[in-house]
Design a protein around this ligand. Structure first.
Ligand code: CP
Ligand code: NVA
Length: 313
């Protein structure tokens, strides 16, 4: 098996911003290599005997399956920890939970609402903590997305990615990802739904090193013009169910449809982190069309998550 170096061993994976561009490039390389090995049936059980605890305070299909199957393929074991069953759901504190889990596990993946909860867990845990999505960020998704873009475009630097929709956790992690790999990212969002100012400032700082351009516009067609990648996500994220009806009205112009695709580059690809609300942020025609790579993208969560675990745990 190819040797995974120890440079990131023991590190938390909470935000792409926390890693250097070389470190992000290394994770992408490991992901591609683990994918190649898995496809060829080459054993790659580099986490044999290790265990990952997975705390999910929100629903998940892709993230849960990718971490659980990924851990199995790496020779380890993953435990699904539902807040309905574990004591955190009855009020046991995050610091106490972190200290207990650190005595038994080798890593913790957590998906939750407040980003601060992940930071607190990481502060108290002495094993790596992986952010499986918060209201602020979705970094594991973007490692898989960058792998997918690289597979289809051959490179990342200098590409233009247009994200159409809510300036949410996905938009934030894409900004951080683009900044680290030198990919331009433009966010088209309605007024009041732009990405977080602080995230934008940090990403712009990172982008100085790679030359990536990051900007925000209102006009979705202006964003999509000559884009290499069109990216979208749901208009109402998990936890925003009550705002969904109102947001639907505000986001009507932000649908990824054939009209929007017509201004992007001819060979542009379409990504969506999924789950999608078909007929809302994306039409069936685009999602099932030849430019859509959303299922390659979903598959790459498996390989990306394996890479994240293999380098940190
Ligand atoms: N994209 C993503 O994180 O999907 P799940 O919510 O199904 O994990
Ligand atoms: N923005 C979405 C992403 C789901 C993977 C959400 O937080 O619900």
């Amino acid at each position: 098996m190819f040797a995974i170096n120890d440079s990131l061993r023991g590190r938390d994976f909470i935000s792409i911003h926390d890693f250097s561009r070389e470190e992000i490039a290394y994770m992408l390389e490991v992901g591609a290599e683990l994918k190649r090995m898995q496809k060829k049936g080459i054993p790659h059980q580099c986490l044999a005997g290790k265990t990952l605890g997975m705390i999910f305070q929100k629903s998940s299909t892709r993230t849960r399956v990718a971490f659980e199957v990924g851990m199995y393929q790496l020779g380890g074991h993953a435990l699904f920890l539902s807040p309905r069953d574990i004591q955190i759901g009855r009020g046991e504190s995050v610091p106490d939970t972190a200290r207990v889990l650190s005595r038994m596990l080798d890593g913790i993946m957590i998906r939750t609402f407040a980003h601060e909860e992940v930071l607190e867990l990481a502060k108290w845990a002495d094993i790596p903590v992986i952010n499986g999505l918060t209201d602020l960020l979705h970094p594991t998704q973007v490692i898989g997305d960058l792998m997918t873009i690289k597979e289809h475009k051959g490179e990342l630097k200098g590409l233009k990615c247009a994200y159409i929709g809510d300036g949410n956790n996905m938009a934030h992690s894409l900004l951080f990802g683009g900044a680290k790999v030198g990919m331009d990212v433009v966010i088209a969002a309605p007024q009041g739904y732009e990405p977080d100012e602080k995230v934008m400032q940090l990403a712009l700082e990172d982008a100085k090193e790679t030359g990536a351009n990051l900007w925000v516009v209102k006009d979705p067609l202006a964003a999509a013009k000559d884009a290499d990648i069109i990216y979208t996500d749901v208009w109402a994220s998990m936890g925003q169910e009550e705002e969904a009806a109102e947001k639907e009205q505000q986001f009507l112009q932000y649908q990824v449809n054939s009209q929007l695709m017509s201004v992007a580059k001819k060979d542009a690809i379409v990504l969506h982190c999924l789950p999608a609300k078909r007929g809302k942020e994306i039409t069936d025609e685009v999602m099932d069309g030849p430019q859509s790579k959303v299922f390659d993208e979903a598959e790459n969560r498996l390989h990306a998550h394996k890479a994240i675990m293999a380098v940190t745990m």
